[in-house]
Design a protein around this ligand. Structure first.
Ligand code: NAG
Ligand code: NAG
Ligand code: NAG
Ligand code: NAG
Ligand code: NAG
Length: 432
């Protein structure tokens, strides 16, 4: 149906130049300009978020934690007095040197003068030295998918997912009985990373009262969101609604952490639920971040279209005036309420089905959100094999205002940082 409407629209636009609004022609320009992408940053930098330092104008991107190994020195002359060492000694020495230099960071950071780049990896930055008492520590914490939001001129909040320390949630974490089944799951070792109830992520918050988005951030004592019985929660996205001033965290219920194997550990029946959820929060200088009212599901998985999961939510607000004068729907410029665009990924991150999709809600951040690309509504916004030529793109993060979209995609280093220019007209998102 959507395709039919698009075809009719296209015909009208071609036949009747006056029908074609400025928004149509600019989208058309965008489509023509789209081309294969090269990484903005050739570093393993999954699940990016982006925030601007209001005072300096510098843009910062943050990503899932990882080991940072400085690139090897250029292969120039080695001023070495000892010319008698074997090549094996040589190789060992080089490996030891690299291992000594590699450092683990809970969260990685990069900066750029513009979302388009050039992006610089901030090797010395360590925004979240500790994931908090509730989480495991060091590399064991598996800190994933950070999201930074500005609170005021001298304070930022950082949301992240980390693995619960053993026993933290007690019996609540053991609903789901996956630990009892793990003893008999010798044939499904591929799911071992998330099959145990003691391997659940929850969402924490950390605040910084410095004027730089780089922190360092101090973690709160307790996780902010922790539905352990449902598999925990990952992929937080902090969002301040410009229409109401209220603050939210969107996230994914990580049901597949309690799944029974298969694609992303949720491909074997009975599958687990992995809804995207919105939680209003209050941020208080003394008490930190705390939930306000009940959490609300805003998008659920369609098993046929989405496979094992939906995840990586990101919200973008478009004010009413912006759409009213664009008139992409040919409705005569009738005033429309503000819109909320919910970007998300589906399928499994480690396969070519992973993609960037979106759904749109009119008037209320609570939805309903109507799928507009991917999930059975035509091709994904960005998917493997499209004109961007990025494999397994996902984890998208929009720049407030909607001009740019960052995402990750496969690269020799792992999952590199990519970006696309973006335009949202009449509830349709175009990237190029
Ligand atoms: C290697 O060491 C020997 C003994 O010190 C020296 O005579 C020779 O010039 C050295 N060779 C090189 C290539 O530096
Ligand atoms: C070079 O290494 C060999 C074997 O370890 C050793 O016998 C020899 O004395 C070394 N020569 C020099 C110049 O260090
Ligand atoms: C050791 O490594 C240096 C620098 O890469 C190289 O120039 C040298 O030939 C190597 N020596 C041996 C014995 O492999
Ligand atoms: C979980 O395990 C307990 C005890 O082994 C059992 O009583 C309960 O029915 C199980 N629940 C599910 C959902 O399998
Ligand atoms: C900024 O926000 C922080 C955290 O909520 C708060 O502690 C601080 O007082 C605020 N500063 C200003 C100038 O409003």
């Amino acid at each position: 149906m959507a395709a039919l409407v698009a075809v009719i629209y296209l015909l009208l636009a071609l036949l009747l130049p006056s029908f074609s609004s400025s928004s149509y022609s600019s989208s058309s320009r965008a489509t023509r300009a789209a081309r294969a992408k090269t990484p903005l940053l050739s570093v393993d930098f999954p699940d990016p978020c982006i925030v601007q330092d209001a005072s300096s104008g510098t843009w910062y991107a943050f990503a899932t934690g990882g080991w940072w190994t400085p690139p090897p020195p250029p292969p120039t002359a080695a001023p070495n007095n000892n010319n008698n060492s074997s090549s094996a000694d040589n190789a060992t020495a080089a490996t030891l040197e690299a291992a000594a230099a590699a450092v683990y960071k809970n969260i990685q950071a990069a900066s750029a003068p513009h979302p388009a780049g050039p992006w610089t990896y901030l090797a010395s930055a360590d925004p979240l030295p500790s994931a908090g008492a509730w989480a495991l520590s060091g590399p064991d914490a598996q800190v994933w998918a950070p999201s930074v939001a500005r609170l005021n001129a001298s304070a930022y909040v950082l949301y992240y997912a980390a693995l619960l320390a053993p026993g933290y949630v007690g019996s609540a974490a053991n609903e789901g009985n996956s630990s009892s089944s793990s003893s008999s799951s010798s044939s499904s070792s591929s799911s071992s990373s998330s099959a145990s109830a003691s391997r659940l992520h929850c969402i924490g918050a950390a605040t910084s009262t410095t004027s730089s988005p780089l922190g360092p951030y101090r973690p709160q004592r307790e996780p902010v969101i922790c539905p352990a019985g449902e598999g925990g929660a990952i992929d937080p996205a902090g969002f301040a609604d410009p229409a109401t001033g209220r603050r939210y965290v969107a996230y994914k219920v990580d049901g597949n952490a309690l799944g029974r194997g298969g694609e992303c550990n949720n491909g074997v029946a009975p599958s687990r639920r992995t809804p995207l959820v919105l939680q209003e929060v209050e941020v208080d200088g003394a008490e930190g971040v705390r939930p306000v009212g009940p959490a609300a599901e805003i998008l659920d998985r369609d098993a046929d279209a989405d496979g094992p999961l939906v995840e990586a939510p990101d919200l973008l607000y478009l004010p009413p005036s912006r759409d009213a004068d664009a008139d992409a729907d040919g409705d005569g410029g009738r005033s429309r309420p503000g819109r909320y665009v919910l970007f998300y990924s589906n399928r499994c991150w480690d396969g070519p089905g992973y993609s960037v999709n979106y759904a749109v809600a009119e008037g209320s951040i609570m939805g309903p959100y109507k799928r507009a690309a991917g999930s059975g509504e035509g091709p994904p916004l960005i998917g493997t094999g499209d004109r961007f030529d990025v494999t397994a793109p996902g984890g998208a993060a929009s720049v407030p205002g909607g001009d740019w979209l960052l995402f990750h995609g496969n690269c020799p280093q792992g999952r590199c940082l990519f970006g696309a220019e973006m335009e949202v007209v009449g509830g349709r998102v175009t990237v190029w």
